[in-house]
Design a protein around this ligand. Structure first.
Ligand code: F6R
Length: 364
């Protein structure tokens, strides 16, 4: 069942290149994006003037990544909110609002309640789910399936990557409908997106640096994940993975917020995990790392291959292939999944079945 892997989580992490390929299969036809199941004409898509992404947990983090893409490419205001908050406030919803509900299981109670509420208020609802025929799929106006196949480990990995890839397709579709990206730009981006499958394979092929960093952090009481831009969104997911499977307290902050509070936590040997891939805010991030290092932090940096300078600021460097910043969540999330798992294994935790957690949360 585990296909030779010691646990389902590791097996599922290794399935991710396949998930990327399957999620993209058939999506570019004669050079055009094909997401026909959404059943909205380009004219209808063009009318959308506000997007809410609603979800819980890891799926919410996929939404944080999508916000960067939807606003960056399509220039549509996009808010991301946990479903349990969205459903109990009075969000501004009109018929030109698109609600994108993201749920691996498609049966999370809060997410479904938010979807029902949004539809009553007149929003169009797109579901992104891994389970064919799930309540979310049935209750949405259109659905994109993530093609992760059944996920057994409680901690979500491959379905998260499937969500990020699906949301990236949706962002491209919206950008094209809004006239913000031309067909040839969309095509180029699509091919680069498809290339991430190979880049993830490359990351999976050698985990030496990840395992070393994990051994160095395994006895910590707490850890801080930081990043900027896409890196901030990736950090939230990195921290969640670590705390849920290893019980090591972790939290994530946009790196620029460190000096507004969390830097007080840092003393000798405190682990700071930084998503430090090349991006428009790389230099800003490096100065945040330096501030942490100056206070004794043990810095683990996820960095872009070829970036030798980062070594001067980090105790451990995990190199990943260079990709466009828009796709960095797909690559940079993978070493953080492996890092969390390696720490959980070092701490003798049940990687697949963390205490107190259930795979799907069908009650509020
Ligand atoms: C974390 C995890 C949970 C789920 C959350 C939402 O690894 O698995 O945080 O992401 O419970 O579940 P779905 O996506 O099924 O709605």
């Amino acid at each position: 069942e585990k296909g030779g892997y010691p646990d389902f989580m590791l097996k599922e992490i290794h399935e991710q290149p396949r998930v990327i390929r399957d999620t993209l299969a058939g999506r570019l036809v004669d050079g055009h994006l094909a997401i026909d199941e959404l059943d909205l004409s380009p004219e209808e898509l063009n009318l959308i003037d506000r997007v809410y992404v609603i979800a819980c947990g890891t799926s919410y983090h996929a939404g944080l990544i999508a916000k960067n893409l939807i606003e960056g490419w399509a220039r549509i205001p996009c808010e991301v909110e946990v479903a349990s908050e969205f459903r109990y406030r009075n969000p501004i919803i009109t018929p030109s609002t698109l609600v994108v509900a993201v749920s691996q299981s498609g049966e999370t109670a809060d997410t479904l309640a938010a979807v029902r509420d949004a539809r009553v208020k007149g929003a169009k609802v797109f579901g992104i789910t891994n389970v064919v025929g799930s309540p979310l799929a049935r209750e949405s106006d259109g659905v994109i399936y993530t093609k992760a196949n059944k996920e057994i480990a409680v901690a979500s990995t491959k379905s998260f990557l499937g969500q990020v890839v699906s949301l990236t397709l949706l962002a491209l579709l919206l950008a094209q409908a809004k006239g913000k990206l031309k067909t040839n730009q969309v095509r180029l981006l699509f091919h680069e997106l498809a290339d991430t499958a190979e880049q993830v394979e490359h990351i999976l092929a050698d985990t030496t640096a990840i395992d070393e960093a994990a051994r160095a952090c395994k006895d910590a009481k707490s850890a801080l994940f930081v990043g900027r831009g896409m890196g901030a969104a990736i950090s939230y997911e990195g921290a969640l993975k670590l705390k849920e499977i290893s019980y090591l307290h972790a939290e994530a902050y946009p790196a620029g917020e460190m000096k507004h509070g969390p830097i007080a936590l840092i003393d000798e040997g405190f682990p700071v995990i930084a998503v430090a891939t090349k991006s428009p805010v790389y230099d800003k991030l490096v100065s945040n790392i330096q501030e942490a290092k100056a206070r004794g932090a043990m810095v683990v940096a996820v960095a872009t291959e070829g970036d030798e300078d980062i070594r001067a600021h980090a105790d451990h460097v995990i190199y990943i292939p260079k990709v466009r910043d828009a796709f960095s969540a797909i690559t940079a999330s993978v070493p953080l999944q492996l890092f969390a798992r390696a720490i959980a294994v070092e701490r003798n935790c049940d990687v697949d079945q963390p205490r107190n957690l259930a795979k799907s949360v069908t009650v509020e």
